[in-house]
Write a protein that binds this ligand. Structure first.
Ligand code: DGT
Ligand code: MG
Length: 353
């Protein structure tokens, strides 16, 4: 980035990718309250409304001052803060609460749907379908999906053999079953040191399959989050000329190796080029990737833990787009694509520009 670009970064910029945004902002409790409403719109599938709240939250996060009755007028000059949000902010300043958020939190349907979407493979749509069947709790979901306690390794690795099945209903159901069976582990967040340890372990194993690779840990970790829900590792080869050939097919080989060494117990998704997936429908890129369950007993914990690990492979020339595209946040990625298109006449994607 040249100096003129840096100067154009500003908290009142229209695109979130041009707004400096701290991990914890001066108005964090307000953001948390509005986020409840955003989550409510999300589970109900009200996408446009959810996006409005996401945008508003993103703008407030970038605002560098504590909002008070003295400076609330300044907010009118910020993008994406409409009358409705502004009146919610006023209510929050007066009472420390937003009525709609409090109602949402007390709503039993919201509670059930929110719990359901914490399971990998269950999106808002499936969550509502399950709710309509009369299901209310994760325990009821376990009975419905006939999840047995403990982990069943054999059946799930079959995804490795039948790549095409990763797009079927059966594969999604399988993924939900895994998510339910391992939910107590997978809901734990992962500290940075362990994220780094997992990366080192995976790169050591990769060295046995292909020499000369390198990786960057992306996702929330790269944004500085102290705890992550999963580990996102972007991998390439250091040979600029031959790297593209060397990473081809490597994803599958690495997952196979990790499985043989006892590090990967499940593969939720394995994909090559231009594949569309039902688990994550938007902006699915064309990179080779594997969404896995990684298991180990690492240095600082004495017990066996299951972690969600995503492995993404990119040719050297698109390594940077893969790293940027997998770093997030979701709003940053959305606006980066929009900014590239509207302001630069380019198309940005994790798999290239
Ligand atoms: P967390 O929950 O602590 O893991 O937080 P994040 O921000 O790491 O969230 P995560 O792991 O779901 O996603 C990391 C970033 O990767 C996210 O901002 C967008 C990107 N991403 C996730 N899934 C896909 C995908 O299927 N395709 C592409 N192109 N990007 C994705
Ligand atoms: Mg992540």
């Amino acid at each position: 980035i040249d100096a003129t670009e840096v100067e154009s970064l500003s908290y009142n910029a229209k695109y979130s990718c041009l707004r400096p945004s701290p991990l914890v902002c001066p108005n964090q409790s307000l953001v948390k309250e509005i986020d409840v409403i955003r989550r409510g719109r999300n589970v109900e599938g009200e996408e446009r409304s959810m996006l409005s709240y996401s945008r508003a939250i993103s703008v407030i996060k970038a605002y560098p001052h504590v909002i008070t009755e003295h400076n609330i007028q300044d907010l009118h000059a910020l993008p994406f803060l409409g009358e409705k949000i502004l009146s919610m902010i006023e209510e929050f300043l007066r009472t420390g609460r937003i009525t709609e958020a409090q109602k949402m939190l007390a709503d039993l349907r919201f509670q059930s749907l929110s719990a359901f979407i914490t399971i990998h493979g269950i999106g808002p749509h499936t969550a509502r379908r399950l709710y309509d069947l009369g299901l209310r709790t994760l325990e009821e979901l376990e009975r419905y999906y006939e999840v047995k306690p403990g982990v069943t390794d054999e059946e799930t690795m079959s995804l490795l053999d039948a790549e095409a099945s990763a797009n079927t209903e059966a594969a999604v159901e399988q993924s939900i079953k895994i998510g339910l069976a391992l939910r107590h582990d997978l809901s734990q967040t992962i500290p940075r040191e362990e994220v780094e340890e997992i990366n080192r372990t995976i790169m050591r194993e990769l060295g046995h399959v292909q020499k000369g690779c390198k990786s960057v840990i992306a996702g929330g970790y790269r944004r500085g989050k102290p705890q992550s829900n999963d580990v996102d590792i972007v991998i390439t080869h250091t040979d600029w000329n031959l790297g593209s050939q060397k990473v081809k097919g490597l994803c599958r080989k690495l997952v196979q190796r990790l499985h043989e060494q006892g590090f990967v117990t499940h593969v939720m998704h394995l994909s090559g080029f231009h594949e569309h997936n039902v688990l994550r429908t938007h902006h699915w890129d064309s990179l080779e990737k594997a969404l896995t369950v990684f298991v180990w007993r690492h240095n600082s914990s004495r017990r066996t833990v299951y972690r969600r690990v995503d492995l993404i492979f990119a040719a050297p020339e698109v390594f940077w787009t893969a790293v940027v595209g997998w770093t997030g946040s979701t709003m940053f990625e959305r606006d980066l694509r929009l900014w590239a298109k509207q302001q630069k006449g380019m198309k940005f994607d994790s798999s290239g520009m």
